[in-house]
Write a protein of this length. Structure first.
Length: 358
């Protein structure tokens, strides 16, 4: 008989990482979902946990569950049955993301303390914590003083290969068949390092057979637009956010893809979901080098690394790939095999069984 797992919180069910994790957990546990609106009253959520929580062996608070940190602590302190294991999905650190990565408040501000406490109490209240990389786990252990009693498990993000493979892209006018189409997509936040892509495009402005297609919006968009105007560029096409199925189509239509390049500590310890999506589509990827991804993917064998926050090096790698697309085609094939080995739903299910000793 399979253990019973309740997945709860205020999460985005369609976010690719969440969707793949939920489906994979469903192959291991008897899963019930109870997803609340972000505007849901926390007393209502707590009441629901008190009334129904004892039906399950595990309760997973799916990212970003830090919003419920104090509720989680209160539930553990006064109402949680001993048999239930509480799982915190530490896919991101609210504190690191808002204070250091996006720099939305001063590190010594009241806001910074508040965000720190959200992460801290989420960890304190949990029996099990899920991380996506070893470096992310190490960051949490050091920064939030996670207790020895807490089981720490690393479950890499995964890609739904069936979803990726069934998408057949239709012709899009923005992709010029006579040019090398370099694709970037993602939130405009410091981690992404979009400014380095713009500066690389400036260095490569004389490459008339190349165009950059940037999809996304967000915190740094105004600065990026201003930089684009200041440099007087004409080799970039900007597109706002589009649905994920269309993103996959754009990946498949592109010549090759770009990952993350930001000058932040977070950028140095994450594996970007989009890099894996591009590799799943057998596309060559140029991305910033970090230790988290280097554990799985080899330079010039599975993808191309450049130095983080280095527009000149990025431009050199983009030019190298554009001049050697056919010769480098095996990188896409190799990358796809690595996705199947480490980042597929099959691999995720296997890892879940290992981590939960099932």
């Amino acid at each position: 008989m399979r253990s019973k797992l309740l997945i709860t919180g205020t999460y985005n069910q369609e976010y690719p990482r969440n969707k793949a994790l939920i489906e994979s957990l469903g192959e291991v546990f008897e899963v019930t979902e109870n997803n609340f609106s972000t505007s849901a009253n926390k007393i209502f959520i707590l009441k629901n946990l008190i009334l129904n929580g004892n039906k399950y062996d595990y309760i997973l608070f799916l990212q970003t569950s830090q919003k419920l940190a104090f509720l989680l602590f209160f539930y553990r302190l006064f109402f949680k049955p001993k048999k239930i294991k509480l799982i915190f999905d530490a896919f991101i650190s609210i504190y690191d993301t808002y204070i250091f990565d996006r720099a939305l408040a001063n590190r010594f501000s009241v806001k910074a303390l508040y965000y720190y406490l959200l992460d801290y109490f989420s960890c304190l209240s949990s029996d099990i914590i899920i991380f996506d990389t070893n470096l992310h786990r190490d960051y949490f252990i050091e920064k939030f003083h996670i207790k020895e009693r807490v089981k720490k498990i690393v479950i890499p993000i995964s890609i739904d290969l069936d979803f990726v493979d069934k998408i057949n892209p239709s012709v899009e006018n923005i992709f010029d068949p006579k040019k090398c189409n370099v694709l970037f997509f993602g939130l405009y936040i410091p981690l992404q390092g979009v400014e380095y892509i713009i500066k690389a495009a400036d260095i490569l402005r004389e490459q008339k057979d190349m165009q950059f297609i940037l999809i996304g919006n967000g915190q740094t968009r105004k600065k990026i637009d201003q930089l684009y105007r200041d440099l007087n560029l004409d080799n970039i096409i900007f597109i706002d956010r589009i649905e994920n199925s269309k993103i996959i189509s754009y990946i498949k239509l592109s010549s090759f893809c770009l990952g993350i390049f930001g000058n932040t500590n977070k950028a140095k310890r994450v594996i970007a979901n989009k890099v894996l999506e591009c590799l799943a589509c057998k596309k060559i990827v140029v991305t910033g080098r970090n230790r988290a991804i280097e554990l799985y993917l080899e330079d010039k064998k599975d993808l191309i690394y450049c130095e983080m926050a280095d527009a000149k090096d990025l431009a050199e790698k983009i030019k190298y790939v554009s001049n050697n697309l056919e010769a480098l085609n095996n990188l896409g094939e190799n990358g796809r095999r690595k996705i199947e080995q480490y980042f597929s739903k099959h691999a995720l299910v296997k890892q879940i069984k290992i981590e939960f000793s099932l």
